[in-house]
Design a protein around this ligand. Structure first.
Ligand code: UDP
Ligand code: MG
Length: 331
């Protein structure tokens, strides 16, 4: 292993905040305990430019010249926060990998604390947990709470409450995530689902240092749908439950119809009609539910569309070919 810590930073139109971000991140990384006696580098920073349309690539090129530990990756189009992190994880070489936002909402100083905890307790994952979200908008907190309540009710995760995408992962964890075939991953559910030894570190969610949030409601909804379909068959299972309920109801109806017939309270033909309609309806729903289960499984297996395409990598040995779309792994 040549690098101790890789820091993966997804960024989309973050030119305003980048200088502030670097000024805070760099001292933290330079002062990490140096235990790399084999001469390996202490850290690398992988900035994933998620197809920014502002000055972000220009600022990154300037930074490249004065910061040897920086590696810049640019995606061809805006692929989204999660895909950008995935692109960085795929290329991170560190024994430890930290993912954090570029907007300084996740304080870089916490990285040292995460590292110390992970090493002293031999953990695979240390989650940054927001103990104070007062800097987030009311709407953001409310929707976040609703999302986690829903996903928990569906039994899809046991992720620590308040954990976002600020986390430290061991090499084994990153390898495990990279090896997963799914492309549209929601990492805050994927990582806990591995069940590796983990702990949490609390931190205060700061206000964005500059620029504005890149997470409109539509994106939040798309990530939520990805989370549900990726981690839960509960929506599909609803049909099965309806079917079972319908089946139970039709059995009761059958008993009632037969009793009514025996009691002689019916007109001819009523019993058979009701029983047939109820039973067939129930069986149809049940079959639909079962079908849904299988379609859901096939669907998730087939979802191998790449989550992003690469446009540039500052660490590429040969000049990057614009026409070449790499197909390695999830790229
Ligand atoms: N981001 C990204 N691609 C996107 C949207 C966001 O790489 O399509 C980055 C963004 O630059 C930031 C992080 O993801 O570093 C979190 O985004 P943001 O701060 O806008 O989200 P919020 O904190 O408002 O939830
Ligand atoms: Mg933010």
């Amino acid at each position: 292993m040549s690098v101790l810590v890789s820091v993966v930073v997804p960024m989309y139109n973050e030119a305003d905040v980048l200088p502030l971000f670097v000024a805070r991140l760099r001292p933290v990384l330079e002062s990490l305990p140096d235990e790399t006696s084999n001469g390996s580098a202490r850290y690398e920073v992988i900035a994933v430019d998620d197809g920014s349309r502002d000055q972000t690539p220009v600022v990154l090129q300037r930074l490249l010249r004065e910061w040897p530990q920086l590696r810049v990756i640019r995606l061809r189009a805006n692929a989204g926060h999660q895909a950008a992190i995935s692109a960085g994880l795929w290329r991170a070489s560190g024994a430890w990998v930290v993912t954090l936002d570029a907007d300084l909402q996740d304080p870089p100083e916490t990285i040292a604390e995460m590292m110390a905890l992970a090493r002293s307790r031999e953990l695979d994952v240390v989650y940054g947990v927001r103990t104070d979200r007062s800097s987030d908008s009311r709407f953001k907190r409310l929707t976040a709470r609703a999302f986690y309540a829903g996903i928990r009710a569906a039994g899809a995760t046991d992720a620590p409450a308040g954990a976002g995408d600020f986390r430290l992962m061991s090499r084994a964890t990153v390898d495990a995530v990279n090896a997963l075939p799914e492309t549209h991953r929601v990492l805050r559910l994927v990582v806990p689902s591995l069940g590796f030894p983990s702990a949490t570190v609390g931190y205060r969610r700061e206000a964005r240092a500059a620029g504005s949030s890149k997470y409109p409601l539509t994106t939040m909804m798309r990530v939520s749908v990805d989370a549900f379909t990726g981690f839960s068959l509960a929506p599909l299972r609803l049909a099965t439950w309806f079917g079972l309920g319908g089946f139970a109801a039709s059995v009761l109806l059958l008993a009632y119809a037969v009793a009514a017939k025996l009691g002689g309270y019916t007109v001819a033909g009523w019993t058979s009609t009701v029983v047939i309609v109820a039973a067939v309806g129930a069986v149809q729903l049940l079959c639909l539910g079962v079908l849904g289960e299988y379609v859901g499984r096939i669907y998730s297996t087939l979802q191998r569309r790449p989550a992003y395409y690469l446009a540039y990598d500052s660490a590429a040995k040969v000049p990057f070919e614009r026409d070449h779309v790499p197909s390695e792994g999830h790229d």
